[in-house]
Design a protein around this ligand. Structure first.
Ligand code: KIV
Length: 271
C-alpha cells in the first residue's frame, strides 16, 4: 500500500481510519529537529519523542533519569521539524504515577510548551485515574504495555514479557481498559507475536508493536537502531536499514586525517 500524500497532517483520527482500512501505521522515535525533518520528509506517519532519549541522547543506562523539562526540550525540537507526522511525547518516569492531578499537569505542560499532538504513558489499570484525567482534559493518550522500560527494576531484565498466561491475560485486559478509558492507540513492546495479534483483534484502537510481530496495526522502532548507529545493540526485533556507525566513524577518521595532513581545507574550501 502506498503513502497517501493528500494527507496534510496525520491526526489520531487518521490512525484510527488506517486501522479500519487495514493500512499499517509507521512510527519511529526522534529527539531532535534534523531527525524529525528527515522522518517527516520520508512520510513517516507518527514520531515518538520517546523517553529512550535518556539512553540514546544522554547515555543513561535506563529511561528513568530523564526529566519533564528535558522531554519538553526534545519535543519542541521535534515539533519544529514535523509538518505532516503526528508527534507523540512520552511522559517521563515519576511525572504521572503518583497522582492523577500531577499526571494532568505533566501532560498539560508537554502539550502547551512543546506544541506536540499527544502524550504516551506506560501501564494499564494501575494508572487508569491518571489516564482518565488526561483524556478528560482533551489530550490524546497513547498507552504502552508489555515491556515497559520505566518498570525495569521491577522486571529485572529486558526479556520478552507476557509469555505466561497470567501476564498475557492481564495485558489483554489492560489493552481493553485503555480502549475504554479513551486512549487513541497502544504500544505493545516485546511480547509474543500471537498475543499481540490477539490484542489487535480484540480492540478497536490501533496497536503499535515493537518486538511484537507483524499482527499489530503499526510498528515503531528507535530511529538510531534502525539506522545502525550503535553496533553494540542488536536485538532480534530491530531491522537495520543502514550501518551508520561504521560510515560515520570512517568519515570522522577521514576528516581527522585530512586536518592532520593539511589536506583540508583546500583552495576551493576557503575565502
Ligand atoms: O521511549 C521509547 O523509545 C519507546 C519505544 C520503545 C516504544 O517507548
Amino acid at each position: 500500500m502506498s503513502v497517501n500524500k493528500e494527507i496534510k497532517r496525520i491526526t489520531t483520527e487518521t490512525l484510527r481510519k488506517m486501522k479500519v482500512d487495514g493500512e499499517k501505521i509507521s512510527m519511529l522515535t526522534a529527539y531532535d529537529y534534523t531527525m524529525s525533518l528527515l522522518a517527516d520528509k520520508a512520510n513517516l506517519d507518527a514520531i515518538l519523542v520517546g523517553d529512550s532519549a535518556a539512553n540514546v541522547m544522554a547515555g543513561h543506562e535506563t529511561t528513568l533519569p530523564i526529566t519533564l523539562d528535558q522531554m519538553i526540550y526534545h519535543a519542541q525540537c521535534v515539533v519544529r521539524g514535523a509538518k505532516r507526522s503526528l508527534v507523540v511525547v512520552d511522559l517521563p518516569f515519576g511525572t504521572y504515577q503518583s497522582d492523577p492531578q500531577k499526571a494532568l499537569e505533566s501532560a498539560v505542560r508537554i502539550m502547551k510548551e512543546s506544541g506536540a499532538h499527544a502524550i504516551k504513558l506506560e501501564g494499564g489499570k494501575e494508572i487508569e485515574e491518571s489516564i482518565r484525567r488526561i483524556v478528560n482534559a482533551g489530550i490524546p493518550v497513547m498507552g504502552h504495555l508489555g515491556l515497559t522500560p520505566q518498570s525495569i527494576y521491577q522486571f529485572g531484565s529486558y526479556k520478552v514479557r507476557a509469555k505466561e498466561d497470567a501476564e498475557a491475560n492481564k495485558l489483554l485486559e489492560d489493552a481493553k481498559s485503555l480502549e475504554e478509558l479513551g486512549c487513541f492507540s497502544v504500544v505493545m513492546e516485546k511480547i509474543p507475536a500471537e498475543l499481540a495479534k490477539k490484542v489487535t483483534e480484540a480492540v478497536s484502537i490501533p496497536t503499535i508493536g515493537i518486538g511484537a510481530g507483524n499482527g499489530c496495526d503499526g510498528q515503531v522502532l528507535v530511529i538510531h537502531d534502525m539506522l545502525g548507529l550503535n553496533n553494540e545493540f542488536k536485538p532480534k526485533f530491530v531491522r537495520k536499514y543502514l550501518n551508520l556507525e561504521d560510515q560515520m566513524v570512517q568519515a570522522i577518521e577521514q576528516y581527522v586525517e585530512d586536518v592532520k595532513s593539511s589536506d583540508f581545507p583546500n583552495i576551493n574550501e576557503q575565502y
